[in-house]
Design a protein around this ligand. Structure first.
Ligand SMILES: *Cc1c(COP(=O)(O)O)cnc(C)c1O
Length: 448
């Protein structure tokens, strides 16, 4: 993970190359006092030790994936200019790169035309989709599943859009009967289908939701912030694959390049299928858009100033790793899913653990087995701490007990929810480390 000397040398070389574009300018001195910088930077280094080792394969907890070296280098290179993708005045090259990179993501979903842009992350991306839903269907309900990201409920509250969550089935996917029940009785403006839930990586039945759209007429937004890139993976179950095949038909998609797209944080993306959505964003700012008659990204996004460096990093990453099936990025996703499946098989065959349904993507939830659900929850919390002492870093999540139905034989159900362990096995190295991870899980179980 460390930036090696060769990477820094390449960065230096690229900076010299970039400087050539400005060589006609008169020289000016900008003094950097290294003597004063040094102690501060070293103090920062010491402070930053207070983190989990997100870059290491033994970090198998939250959705953390280190950026690709090309993304880090391109980002740092772009900081030489520090462009602002709000407007072409603030960053010409990086704005063009953003348009190209976003169009490539749209094509990954099968869209030859679209309206879209980068943004701070999945929250902002979803917010724009919710805002559009409210603008096109004022007063109508937005519906998502109980396992949808909590941001939908919170942001609809901010936007004053009525919101309703519907139950999920025992595989954490939206319950279609429950959805239809709401559709029959309420005026629904948009249904949010989560394509890869944050807790368990479950994929809502998109084909069936779209079939209901035919009958009840509502917009469909796919929250694919986490799971979107898995459209490139060829080792998904048939059922999951089917949902991905329908992504082309939705009205909008949120996807986070900073989750599975190998980008530093601050890179989300919102896509609308209908380019005409752009006109909802119109405003008549007197000052930002002087430099050209061309479309500025600021005219089609709610955020104003945005890091052009994010677009540069994403463009460079997609240049190196094109978004195509069978490519290196796709292989990495397939390995992540395989890692989750391999660990699932080991843990579900081991009577010392309980597991939920098989993972659809690369997130696995499991827990140490005990006599009752409340004991399992207490043991999971202890397990989380003990595993960390053994250098294995996991995450905790509280889920409905029904997700674990198949492995709860003889367990007293004294609670409706259970706190369990959660591992996002999203790094390319995870597959090779599964044996090791399993060994530490077993060791930790014995120590409880
Ligand atoms: C992560 C996530 C979000 C929120 O995205 P941020 O980038 O954290 O703002 C929304 N929806 C889903 C499904 C997510 O996984």
């Amino acid at each position: 993970m460390r930036m090696n000397g060769e990477e820094l040398q390449l960065l230096n070389e690229a900076i010299s190359d970039l400087e050539k574009g400005f060589s006609n300018l008169p020289d000016f001195e900008s003094h950097v006092d290294m003597e004063r910088l040094r102690p501060v930077l070293l103090e920062v280094a010491e402070k930053m030790r207070d983190n989990y080792p997100y870059f290491h394969p033994l970090y198998a907890g939250q959705m953390m994936k280190p950026p690709h070296p090309i993304a880090r280098l391109a980002y740092m290179l772009a900081l030489y200019v520090n462009p602002n993708n709000h407007a072409l005045d603030g960053g010409r090259a990086s704005s063009y790169m953003e348009k190209e990179a976003v169009a490539a993501i749209a094509r990954m979903f099968g869209w030859e035309t679209h309206m879209g842009h980068l943004c701070g992350g999945g929250t902002m991306a979803n917010m724009e989709a919710l805002w559009v839903a409210g603008a096109l269907n004022p007063g109508k309900l937005v519906v998502a599943s109980q396992q949808a990201h909590y941001t939908h409920e919170r942001i609809t509250h901010v936007l004053k859009i009525p919101y309703r969550s519907v139950p999920v089935d025992t595989t954490a996917r939206m319950d279609l009967n429950a959805l239809e029940d709401v559709l029959k009785h309420k005026d629904v403006g948009m249904v949010v289908a989560t394509i890869g839930t944050t807790a368990t990586g479950s994929v809502d039945p998109l084909g069936e939701i779209l079939a209901l759209k035919e009958r009840y007429h509502f917009r469909v937004h796919a929250d694919a912030a986490y799971g979107g890139y898995f459209i490139l993976a060829e080792n998904l179950s048939d059922e999951t694959k089917k949902a991905y095949q329908h992504l082309e038909e939705v009205d909008s998609i949120a996807i986070d390049p900073h989750k599975h797209g190998l980008q530093p944080y601050g890179c989300g993306c919102i896509l609308f299928k209908d380019p005409a959505i752009g006109k909802l964003y119109t405003h008549d700012s007197p000052y930002t858009y002087f430099s050209s008659g061309e479309m500025h990204l600021g005219e089609i996004s709610l955020e104003c100033s945005r890091p052009g460096a994010s677009a540069v990093a994403l463009w460079a990453t997609q240049r190196l790793l094109p978004l195509k099936k069978g490519g290196e990025l796709a292989e990495g996703l397939e390995e992540a899913r395989k890692a989750a499946l391999v660990l699932y098989e080991r843990l579900s065959a081991d009577t010392r653990f309980i597991t939920a349904f098989p993972p659809e993507l690369d997130i696995l939830v499991y827990a140490p087995k005990a006599g009752s659900v409340s004991e399992i929850s207490a043991l999971s919390r202890k397990f989380f701490e003990k595993a960390a002492d053994n250098n294995l870093h996991l995450a905790l999540v509280t889920l409905p007990v029904s997700f674990f139905e198949a492995s709860l034989e003889g367990v007293k159900r004294d609670e409706k929810t259970v706190t369990c362990l959660r591992s996002c096995l999203m790094k390319p190295e995870h597959l090779d480390w599964i044996k090791n991870i399993y060994r530490i899980l077993v060791k930790t179980r014995k120590e409880l």
